[in-house]
Design a protein around this ligand. Structure first.
Ligand code: FAD
Ligand code: N01
Length: 543
């Protein structure tokens, strides 16, 4: 029996809302505030026991943002952006969580959020023009509209290593970190995974552990953060100019400030000048390292020059040439997997008690009762840290049993990869809106910029329906097909398809290899979405 339409037909629901929102991270919080201000009866459901999403769950040592906090923050409320004080260039997780809680207090959000509540089923009831939701606690909720704010990186994944269930030591996933923290002092610790989470946590775990073994399948390119306390004069300057800076960010490619944006191609720049540019960006640190030239993300030769520059830096830092070599990515373009930003990552491998195991030559055969067997070697560990990432973008949506018109399951519709119109809606699933869904810029941008744009576009859409006495909005198949084609076309102009990245589902065995986010830039995307809105929502059928 399907829940909702069939099982619960005719039943009085536990609650009824105009809009149900799933998730209380930055996206769900702003969606709630916006719709409530506009007079909608809206309610949020959240698995965790407080707001913050990513910053509620990812409490591993070293977790922090890698977009400057002054810009990785809400811009919709002048008082909020003027009042909150960030301590560092890149805020640490506890401060980001505190910020989310502070915003929730100021806007009195928690009274409309059900915490410790996961929505497990969402079934479209065509007769009632409503979604019927069922929670893990068995509550049945009816709402006209359903907005998913479930995040792109919220479905944590531990690979199915043989023997995992027999392991007797402690095990942790970076995104399900114990709230009370973990003390690794004196312990033999394994970290599996060298993506952003591994790269942020490894140097700090190494400070405590008596022995740290890092299991690496694919090396990543990592740029130093050069994190620092914020200078009050700089903060004052930014705050004085916030409205215009934020407006500018909304029209950039990535929603980030790029100092000295590129004007020239690396291939047309003399070598000494090119090196100066890389040196100065390396010294500045952070994600804008690749922002110096116009061709590094589209031309393989230009990209290879940037990649070699980073490999040289790795060789400079890491004393053992063999370890340096293993840490150097060689088989994919720089930027095709998300760049990492670190504090002391490469240098950590100079410490005597830290060892790198290359899983390409020595794969994990088994997790044993006492540790890990990799190749022929058996190693004992008191704790294993899984920094193994997420079932990204589609994972959090497909964990929910979502059924649209005629009971079609979203997981069946997306069996060959996600199909959306503008990354916010999908044909056959009326009145369902996805914040930062696949097919939108989302994870390729400063997410706060993308979240705010989606929240505002979705609420404008709902207000348009209300103003015109309409109750139903559904994406049309041809509009969706065109958008999917466009998302693929734009990705194929870049080098993004040339790495086995989570952007393409490559970290999950069996997941379709489709480049999921929209690489066309938040500025272009925003302009396009606005055009669609101005046209009366072309590509949607309203009734
Ligand atoms: P999330 O913060 O993921 O929140 C989604 C919430 O939905 C979660 O709390 C989850 O419990 C809840 N949920 C999911 N499914 C259900 C359900 N069925 N029922 C009820 N509740 C549900 N982005 C950047 O732009 N810059 C950064 O520096 C940056 N750093 C990051 C660092 C880490 C460690 C990670 C994992 C991600 C980072 N990101 C960063 C991406 C980050 O996810 C976004 O910036 C942003 O926080 C996402 O907000 P959100 O509200 O969309 O989703
Ligand atoms: O996850 P990942 P993450 N056997 O998927 C390895 C954001 N974020 O949590 O590359 C062995 O990047 C896997 O190896 P491979 C950011 O968007 C931001 O680190 O698949 N190893 C990889 O090394 C980021 O991109 C920050 O070969 C296995 C690692 O596990 C995203 O979240 C901080 C394996 C997973 O890396 C995800 O980052 C943290 C297996 N079976 C996160 N399966 C900031 O700094 C996977 N791996 C802001």
């Amino acid at each position: 029996n399907l829940p909702g339409q069939h099982e619960h037909a005719g039943e009085e629901p536990t609650a009824r809302y105009d809009v149900a929102v799933l998730g209380a991270g930055f996206a769900g919080m702003y969606m709630l505030h916006t719709l409530r201000q506009q007079g909608w009866n809206v309610h949020v459901y959240e698995t965790g026991d407080d707001v913050g999403g990513t910053w509620y769950w990812n409490r591993y040592p070293g977790a922090r943002c890698d977009i400057e906090s002054l810009y990785y923050s809400y811009s919709f409320d002048e008082e909020i952006q003027q009042t909150w004080e960030w301590s560092e260039k890149y805020a640490p997780q506890p401060e980001l969580l505190q910020y989310a809680g502070w915003v929730a207090d100021r806007l009195d959000l928690r009274r409309d959020i059900s915490f410790n509540t996961t929505v497990e089923h969402a079934v479209w009831d065509e007769d009632a023009t409503e979604w019927v939701l069922e929670t893990n606690g068995g509550d049945v909720i009816r709402s006209r509209y359903l907005v998913t704010a479930v995040g792109c990186l919220s479905a944590a994944r531990v690979p199915d290593f043989p023997g995992l269930e027999h392991y007797q030591g402690k095990q942790y996933h970076t995104s399900k970190w114990p709230h009370e923290g973990v003390d690794f002092t004196g312990q033999r610790v394994a970290v599996i995974g060298t993506g952003s989470s591994g790269i942020q946590s490894i140097p700090l775990i190494a400070e405590q552990a008596s022995q740290l073994t890092v299991f690496q399948r694919t090396p990543n390119f990592s740029i130093p953060a050069h994190n620092r306390t914020l200078d009050p004069a700089e903060v004052a300057r930014v705050k004085a100019d916030y409205p215009s800076i934020r407006a500018e960010l909304r029209l950039t490619a990535g929603g980030m400030i790029v100092k000295n944006p590129p004007t020239k191609a690396a291939l047309e720049t003399p070598e000494d000048e090119r090196r100066q540019e890389f040196d100065s960006r390396w010294a500045e640190g952070g994600l804008t390292f690749l922002g110096g030239f116009t061709d590094t993300s589209v031309d393989e030769t230009a990209n290879a020059i940037a990649a070699e520059y980073v490999r040289e830096r790795i060789r400079d830092i890491v004393k053992d040439p063999q370890t340096a070599d293993l840490l150097s990515p060689k088989d994919y373009p720089i930027g095709a997997k998300r760049l990492c930003v670190d504090t002391g990552y490469y240098d950590t491998f100079n410490r005597d008690h830290v060892r790198l195991v290359d899983l390409r030559s020595q794969p994990i055969e088994e997790i044993t009762a006492t540790g890990i067997r990799a190749g022929d070697e058996e190693m004992e560990f008191d704790a294993i840290v899984f920094a193994t990432g997420f079932d990204a973008m589609t994972g959090p949506l497909l964990k929910i049993d979502i059924r649209g018109v005629d009971g079609v399951a979203l997981k069946d519709k997306w069996a060959a990869g996600p199909r959306t119109y503008l990354g916010v809606s999908t044909a056959g699933f009326p009145n369902l809106f996805m914040i930062t869904g696949p097919g939108s810029p989302s994870v390729l941008s400063n997410m706060l910029v993308s979240i705010e744009q989606h929240v505002e576009w979705i609420s404008d859409h709902l207000n348009h329906l209300r103003d015109h006495d309409l109750q139903r909005s559904e994406a049309e198949v041809p509009a969706e097909d065109d958008w999917v084609q466009h998302v693929n076309d734009v990705a194929s102009v870049t080098l993004m398809n040339k790495a086995a990245s989570w952007y393409r589902g490559a970290n999950i065995p069996g997941k379709p290899r489709i480049f999921m986010p929209y690489v066309g830039g938040v500025g272009n995307y925003r302009v396009h979405c606005q055009k669609i809105a101005d046209s009366g929502y072309q590509g949607f059928v309203h009734s």
